[in-house]
Structure formats: structure tokens, C-alpha cells
Design a protein around this ligand. Structure first.
Ligand SMILES: Nc1nc2c(ncn2[C@@H]2O[C@H](COP(=O)(O)OP(=O)(O)OP(=O)(O)O)[C@@H](O)[C@H]2O)c(=O)[nH]1
Length: 372
């Protein structure tokens, strides 16, 4: 699967500043998978390439620009943050989520005791922190063993916290692997908890679905493939194949956009855009355009990769009809985001209605988060 870069709005910038932004702090023992997770989720690294990553020796921090900007910091496994000499105030200030990575393929009893020690030291002073526990590398476990391991880890941590009288800790468990979509699902949920406007976005997506007949609608960060909000009916069914398909659909749309981007900045622009329009019209007229075995017929209206510029006033749009009768939509929003939606209802009127409402949605977002 290729990972095209879509927009500079959603980039990763090395920075040790921006202390006022929400922070995600990654912790865990050595070789647990922290650097791999950061690289796969935020740098589009192929999972297999993570075997070449060297052990991190110093704390790192980077700024992630998305709907809201936040910092992702990684604490190397070899540093003992519980040491009296360590400046804990500096480390835990502004932390919204402490993501602790547990290597489920390894002997984890010592890891869990380290996790509980950290929670015991941090929670009393910073009770608002979400402790997100990744039961990681589950790709190496059989289905039965995966369930048993997850139950065992959850039970041990919960019991230990209760024994310490820490019953108010906000702890969440996720089964993850960089070799499937689970790590993206987990990080989507982790990041959503740091965006105060998520309930508003959900309501907006609900209204969008209600008025257009869309079955599911997600607001994705195109570069990282994390979704920052979903309509309320879809939110309960996070994960599974559909999220993976949505991510693949984003890749295909971006790859197509990149393919034609070169020519779109020259005089060919008008003709390629006209062709895209023509294709659109054809599909609008022939609503049952045949879908290939890979189930995709894709149209793309190309715009500048750097977002909406005056010379490319229209946002990127991509529509795919699948062989099973579903239609997928991708519509560029603001700040490197796009709505990816799914419907089973067909017809040119429906598409016009969806287009109209998606544009209204984009304008609504622009009002809340003015485009820089
Ligand atoms: N099977 C499997 N291996 C993984 C997964 N995630 C990471 N790894 C592997 O785990 C090894 C260690 O990963 P790192 O990302 O370097 O671990 P780390 O926690 O950053 O280690 P330190 O920098 O020493 O703290 C690498 O060989 C990765 O390829 C996963 O989901 N599944």
C-alpha cells in the first residue's frame, strides 16, 4: 500500500517547543515498538522497514499539525522517569494521553509492574491524563491466545491499581499491531479524546448523513489516515475492514491526484480538468457504470496539493462505485482533512445532493477553523 503525501497542512515538524499544545507521551520498555508506531502512523513508514530502526537513546518530540496541533513525545525505554533526579513536572506537564506500549509477544510481568509504578507516580499529580495501554504486537499471537493475553493484562493492571487505591484512573486498553489497521484505529481514538470539538463534529456529520442518505461519514486526516471524527452511528463500529478500505481509498485518490498534479499546473490543466468533469458527467448520466474486479471506478477532480488555492478553487473529490453496489466518496476539507463517506443509494440527484452538502460542510469547518 503506498502512502501519498497530500497536503502540507498535515505535516510532522520536529520541535521541542509548543508546550501549550496537548501532548501524547509514548512510554514503555526497550524494543516494545514505540519508534515503530510513531514512524508507521506519522511518517508513513512501511511496517517491515521498522526492523531496521535503531534503539532510541534520547527523548524526542515532534509537532503534528492536523485539525488541532499536538505534540508526540517518545521516551526511550532505557530512561527511568521514576528516578528522583528526573524532572517529572517538565515531562508530564500538558500530557493529555500517556500511551504505554506493552510487548505482548514478550514476558510482560515486569512491563506491567513498570506501568503500574508510572501510573502510581503520575496520577495523583496529573489526574486528568488518559492512560492508553497498547497491548502491542498482537499479530504474532493466535486468536485464542490474543484474547487470553488481553484479558490477563487488563485484569492484572486493574487489580494492581485497585490495590493501590487508584480507582479513578482513566485507563484504556487497545490491541494493536503495526502490521494491520489496529494501530490507526487506536491512535484515532486516542487523538479524538484530545479534540474538544469532536462532539460538535459528530453532530455535523450526523446532520450530513441525515440530509444526504450517506450511511457512514468519517473525517480523516489524509496524511496519517487517522480519523478525527465519525457520525454517531458509525462511531460504535470502529475498526474492521471498512476503516482499512477507507484508508486504501484515500491512498488511491491521493495517488491519482499526484499522478495528474504535474500537468494540472501547466496549460494542460484545463483540458485534464475538463476531462475529469466529462467523466463525472458520464458517470452522473450512467449511474450504473461498470465496476472492475477490484471494484473501483474512480474519478478525481484535482486541486493543488497545498490545499485550496485561488487557481484551483475546487477541493479534491473522488467517487468510487464498488461492485457490491456501494459508493465511496472522498471530499477534501480543510487542514489536510477529508470526509470519506459511504452510501448504498444511487443516482445523479443523490450525487449532486452529496456534493452540495459536503461543500456546505467544508464551509462550516472553515468558519470554525479559519484557513490560514
Ligand atoms: N511483530 C511485530 N513487531 C513489531 C511491531 N511493532 C514494532 N515491532 C518490532 O519491534 C522491534 C522494536 O521496535 P522499536 O520501535 O525500535 O521499539 P522501541 O520501543 O522504540 O525501542 P527503544 O527505542 O529501545 O525504546 C522492531 O524490530 C520492530 O520491527 C508489531 O506490531 N508487530
Amino acid at each position: 500500500m503506498s502512502h501519498g503525501t497530500f497536503s502540507n497542512d498535515s505535516t510532522v515538524v520536529a520541535s521541542s517547543e509548543n508546550l501549550d499544545r496537548p501532548k501524547i507521551l509514548l512510554m514503555g520498555l526497550r524494543r516494545g515498538g514505540k519508534s515503530s508506531i510513531c514512524n508507521v502512523v506519522f511518517h508513513n513508514m512501511q511496517p517491515l522497514d521498522t526492523v531496521f530502526l535503531e534503539s532510541t537513546s534520547r527523548p524526542t518530540s515532534e509537532l503534528i499539525r492536523s485539525l488541532v496541533d499536538f505534540t508526540v513525545s517518545e521516551m526511550p525505554g532505557q530512561i527511568n522517569v521514576l528516578d528522583d533526579n528526573y524532572d517529572k513536572a517538565r515531562l508530564f506537564e500538558n500530557v493529555g494521553s500517556l500511551v504505554y506500549v506493552v510487548d505482548s509477544q514478550d514476558e510482560y510481568l515486569y512491563t506491567l509492574s513498570n506501568l503500574v509504578d508510572i501510573i502510581e507516580a503520575v496520577y495523583p499529580e496529573y489526574p486528568s491524563i488518559n492512560f492508553e495501554i497498547l497491548i502491542h504486537k498482537v499479530d504474532g499471537l493466535s486468536d485464542d491466545f490474543k484474547g487470553d493475553t488481553a484479558r490477563d493484562i487488563r485484569q492484572r493492571v486493574t487489580d494492581d491499581l485497585l490495590d493501590l487505591g487508584l480507582d479513578g484512573v482513566k485507563s484504556f486498553f487497545h490491541l494493536t499491531s503495526i502490521f494491520n489497521h489496529s494501530i490507526f484505529d487506536a491512535f484515532s481514538l486516542i487523538i479524538q479524546k484530545l479534540i474538544p470539538e469532536v462532539p460538535t463534529l459528530r453532530n455535523m456529520l450526523d446532520i450530513l448523513c441525515e440530509h444526504t442518505g450517506l450511511e457512514q461519514a468519517y473525517l480523516f486526516d489524509i496524511n496519517s489516515k487517522l480519523f478525527v471524527a465519525s457520525d454517531n452511528t458509525s462511531s460504535s463500529g470502529v475498526g474492521g475492514a471498512s476503516m482499512e478500505h477507507f484508508a486504501d481509498f484515500i491512498d488511491i485518490s491521493v495517488d491519482l491526484d499526484n499522478l495528474y498534479f504535474e500537468s494540472s499546473s501547466t496549460s494542460v490543466t484545463s483540458s485534464s480538468e475538463t476531462n475529469a468533469d466529462q467523466n463525472n458527467n458520464n458517470t452522473l448520466l450512467n449511474g450504473n457504470k461498470a465496476a472492475g474486479p477490484s471494484a473501483l471506478t474512480t474519478q478525481s477532480n484535482s486541486t493543488s496539493k497545498k490545499g485550496l488555492s485561488p487557481s484551483h478553487p475546487r477541493p479534491l473529490k473522488c467517487v468510487s462505485k464498488l461492485a457490491n453496489g456501494t459508493t465511496l466518496y472522498l471530499y477534501q476539507m480543510i487542514r489536510g482533512l477529508a470526509i470519506v463517506a459511504l452510501t448504498r443509494k444511487e443516482g445523479p440527484h443523490r450525487m449532486a445532493l452529496v456534493d452540495y452538502n459536503l461543500e456546505k460542510f467544508r464551509l462550516g469547518l472553515e468558519r470554525v477553523w479559519p484557513v490560514a
